[in-house]
Ligand binder design. Structure first.
Ligand SMILES: NC(=O)c1ccc[n+]([C@@H]2O[C@H](COP(=O)([O-])OP(=O)(O)OC[C@H]3O[C@@H](n4cnc5c(N)ncnc54)[C@H](O)[C@@H]3O)[C@@H](O)[C@H]2O)c1
Length: 364
């Protein structure tokens, strides 16, 4: 089944671009030629990914005049100084404003590349070749780019849409299992938010997904990306419904922060965050507790955490939640569920209530 299996289109009104999903896409010259012909191309990746996948790109992309830069791995290197390495390379090699940047990697490579492209000569084109499940279903789509600042994650950034996204499911064969499962948490979140049938499908097909069954992976990625595309088309700059995508994230970021970034993977923290959001929704909105039980079972099958890590509690989490960049005035803006596939933003000024529900959840 090599080749493109599905094509989706992002249309924000001002920008329109395709997302290709399939197998052996990285070596498909015809897919890339329209974007790469007659321009300087810089491929941006990191060492482990370049080792696996650069040879596949080589025949078509690494031609004379084009270049590669390997950037360091990890959240601590998602910084302006890594962007400066990229800009230095572009300037030293005389790249003009018609050049193309190519992000080959996970969400970190994609976010840095997008931001470097947004700023270089006031904005140049880039394409996304995401290699982690999280990047394939989430970060490569929608145009959020950026880097971290010592005072906050993703605090420096820009909206800059790619020219295209090519999702090659073969890359998932080398992705560490824990990273794959963390990506699944974002998929489950999308189903919880928007699509009850997709949630049912995940429950039925989780074993095939974990075995990396190709047809299941294509379906899983296509459904998740389509749900995100629908939201981005309505609200590119997160002025409204795009904020729903933060289900589980306000709690999740607080868990990551309490544990120290890197100890708990982002998707693992989001998994626990979704359970906390369900619990709060049960207490305050009357959500049927059976949904939390279903979610717990699915997360268990994915070997994703369901309990707050040791050392994390309501009081510690609240301190971080108070600084969340999505807060407004004195409210913490939680994303809650009235039912499966029915979500809303719930501005909450009762901080003691948030803390109490976290601590109650710890004890059940
Ligand atoms: N822009 C957005 O809308 C958006 C959305 C969600 C998350 N993000 C960002 O995404 C980042 C997390 O992305 P991530 O989870 O992909 O992390 P990551 O980029 O660090 O990748 C995870 C790890 O897997 C490795 N890896 C990736 N693909 C591989 C492959 N095919 N084979 C072997 N190893 C592989 C990477 O080198 C890394 O060590 C965070 O910085 C987060 O802020 C952005």
């Amino acid at each position: 089944m090599a080749g493109v299996q599905a094509t989706l289109t992002v249309d924000t009104g001002s920008r329109r671009y395709p997302i290709f999903i399939g197998e052996k896409l990285l070596s498909d010259e015809s897919l890339f030629a329209p974007y790469c012909a007659d321009r300087q191309v810089l491929v941006i990746s990191n060492a482990p990914i370049a080792e696996h996948y650069l040879p596949k790109l080589a025949p078509w992309l690494m031609q004379a005049g084009n270049s590669l830069i390997e950037i360091p791995t990890g959240e601590t290197h998602k910084t302006l100084s890594t962007c400066e390495m990229i800009w230095q390379k572009l300037l030293a090699a005389g790249f003009n404003r018609h050049c193309l940047l190519v992000a080959l990697g996970g969400g970190i490579v994609g976010d840095i590349t997008g931001f470097a492209a947004a700023c270089y000569q006031r904005g140049v084109d880039f394409i996304q070749l995401p290699t982690s499940l999280l990047a394939q279903v989430d970060s490569s789509v929608g145009g959020k780019t950026g880097v971290n600042h010592p005072l906050g994650k993703n605090m420096i950034g820009a909206f800059h849409q790619p020219q295209m996204v090519a999702i090659d499911i073969e890359t998932l064969t080398t992705l560490p299992k824990r990273e794959f499962r963390a990506g699944l948490a974002e998929v489950i979140k999308m189903a919880l938010l928007f699509d009850a049938d997709f949630f049912d499908w995940l429950e039925t097909n989780i074993e095939a997904i974990l075995m990396l069954d190709k047809a299941s992976l294509v379906h899983l990625i296509r459904q998740s990306v389509q749900l995100k595309v629908n939201i981005v088309a309505q609200d590119e700059k997160e002025k409204g419904c795009r904020a729903l995508l933060n289900l589980g994230h306000t709690y999740g970021h607080a868990i990551e922060h309490c544990q120290g970034f890197g100890k708990v993977l982002h998707g693992e923290a989001v998994a626990i965050g979704c359970l906390l959001a369900c619990y709060f929704s049960e207490q305050e909105l009357g959500l049927d507790p059976s949904l939390r039980k279903r979610l717990q079972r699915l997360l268990y099958q994915c070997d994703l955490p369901r309990e707050l890590p040791l050392g994390t509690n309501g009081s510690k989490m609240l301190e971080t939640m108070k600084r969340d960049k999505k807060n407004s005035q004195d409210n913490i803006n939680l994303v809650l569920l009235d039912a499966l596939a029915s979500a809303r933003i719930y501005p909450c000024s009762d901080l003691a209530l948030i803390q109490r529900h976290i601590d109650e959840y710890r004890l059940i």
